[in-house]
Design a protein around this ligand. Structure first.
Ligand SMILES: *Cc1c(COP(=O)(O)O)cnc(C)c1O
Length: 466
């Protein structure tokens, strides 16, 4: 049993009693999996994912009088994962028409939250019929819903407004990163800014259309590890909610979205100043690995709600990465090692095609295996960049990592935190999309089969080759 802990003083982290696949898999398991299913291969641990869902629901349901937790489909839409989430009591958050279709099959009872920039009229109609909360992000959606209701007056759409509190969520040693971050959040594609009155105008537009605003929604960012920052960003949303209620708006729900960060993933937050310093051979201090402290966050949020008399509202969230990140590991095989003057490349057979968010400068946990067993961390003596198999320079999984100096082609590299934005964001640029197997220590089953030539070329116009 692994008891995850953070050495950093004040932060308490929920103990993870079920080991993740990254920690559980032995050198023998890795060799068997790679030989039987080929690499690159995602290894999913259903038990671990379910224990994460349970922990999350326990915190959320025990803290708030009325609560909902929606599973974020876009983070990982493998049916195996969605089914587990729904069996444990999560609803579904979908952000597109095809995710709506999928959610309806996986989770007939809901509850549903419909987000995203493109909501077609036909999709809005389906969402209304499903009883989903539609979080309005473009004013055109209000017009479309009004038209739907004028044609079908018995329908009662449940609407939320997606708002943008515009508060920074990340710290960095590099002030040029902070400037960039602040500038970008205030003009986000998503949500209506609260501070300049745009959110209020959106609410008025819904009311003028003869409709009701039942929810406020926000989704701030992803991989937010500091719960104090998250809370600070929510304060304007809570203030706005109490203003609206004071003015007679019958709000029922505040949905704070997802974005809760995990410990196994570190994003280097560098702007132009950091890049310059790095080029001058002056690296910035590395970001610390930190997990979002869900129990403290929920307790503090509850206090903020009662201070504003909002404790009777339904408090909901849409976690994705927080639950699934470490429920999948990625097993890759070493293709080759290229030692150049000034840099060593470790090239493996999986890259940004199946791990696209690695392009944000992410660092993940690594384990290395050869036919004799696992390399102990004391062997990790050589600095390298880990490159993928794609034919372009940017295909880098980790710009800077430590590897065993004796690693060789054919050895295996296991990469942690491969559960979020991988299968659902994979592409077939250069390579076929990878398979996922579920592995519980003994039983192994394919839960997402590997793509093949016929899958890719089924889209082409068919010619008679005879
Ligand atoms: C992506 C997304 C989520 C999930 O984000 P995570 O960072 O995976 O927790 C939740 N809600 C909305 C609206 C999203 O777009």
């Amino acid at each position: 049993m692994i008891r995850s802990q953070l050495s950093k003083g004040t932060t308490s982290v929920t103990e993870i009693l079920t080991p993740s696949p990254f920690h559980k898999i032995t050198a023998t398991d890795a060799a068997h999996l790679a030989d039987r299913f080929a690499t690159p291969l995602f290894v999913y641990d259903d038990k671990f994912f379910r224990s994460r869902c349970d922990e999350m629901l326990k915190v959320w349901n025990n803290t708030f009088a009325k609560s909902k937790v929606y599973w974020s489909y876009k983070t990982n839409y493998m049916p195996e994962v969605c089914r587990a989430a729904h069996e444990h009591g999560l609803g579904a958050d979908f952000v597109s028409g095809f995710e709506l279709e999928h959610a309806r099959r996986m989770c007939p009872e809901g509850p549903f939250s419909f987000n995203g920039p493109l909501k077609r009229k036909s999709e809005l109609l389906q969402a209304i019929e499903m009883g989903a909360t539609i979080n309005v992000d473009l004013l055109e959606e209000i017009d479309a819903i009004r038209t739907i209701v004028s044609q079908r007056p018995t329908l009662t759409p449940r609407l939320g407004i997606r708002v943008n509190p515009g508060v920074p969520l990340f710290d960095s040693h590099d002030t040029s990163f902070l400037e960039k971050h602040s500038d970008s959040i205030s003009v986000s594609k998503f949500g209506w800014p609260i501070s300049d009155g745009a959110a209020r105008i959106a609410v008025e537009k819904v009311i003028d259309a003869g409709l009701t605003v039942s929810a406020l929604h926000c989704h701030l960012s992803s991989q937010i590890t500091n719960h104090e920052h998250f809370l600070a960003a929510l304060r304007p949303v809570l203030d706005f909610a109490s203003d609206l209620i004071g003015q007679g708006v019958e709000l029922e729900e505040i949905d704070i979205g997802g974005g809760f960060g995990v410990k196994g993933l570190v994003r280097d937050k560098i702007g132009w100043w950091g890049q310059l310093r790095e080029r001058m051979g002056e690296p910035l201090p590395q970001e610390e690995s930190q997990a979002f402290d869900m129990p403290s966050f929920a307790t503090s949020l509850k206090t903020e709600l009662s201070e504003r008399g909002l404790e009777d509202l339904t408090i909901s969230c849409e976690p994705g990465r927080y639950l699934v990140s470490d429920a999948m590991a990625l097993l890759t095989r070493v293709v080759g090692i290229k030692r150049l003057e000034g840099k060593t490349w470790l090239v493996v057979d999986g890259g940004l095609n199946i791990l696209p968010t690695a392009s944000f400068g992410e660092r993940r946990g690594l384990r290395f295996f050869n036919h004799e067993g696992e390399f102990p961390p004391s062997d990790y003596t050589e600095k390298c960049s880990i490159g993928g198999p794609l034919c372009y320079e940017g295909d880098v999984i980790m710009p800077s990592a430590m590897m065993p100096a004796t690693i060789a082609a054919g050895d295996l590299v296991m990469i942690s935190d491969a559960g979020a934005y991988t299968v659902s964001r994979s592409t077939n640029f250069n390579q076929l999309r990878a398979a996922a197997v579920s592995f519980d220590g003994s039983d192994t089953q394919t839960v997402w089969r590997r793509e093949n030539y016929a899958d890719v070329f089924c889209f082409a116009r068919q010619h008679d080759n005879t």
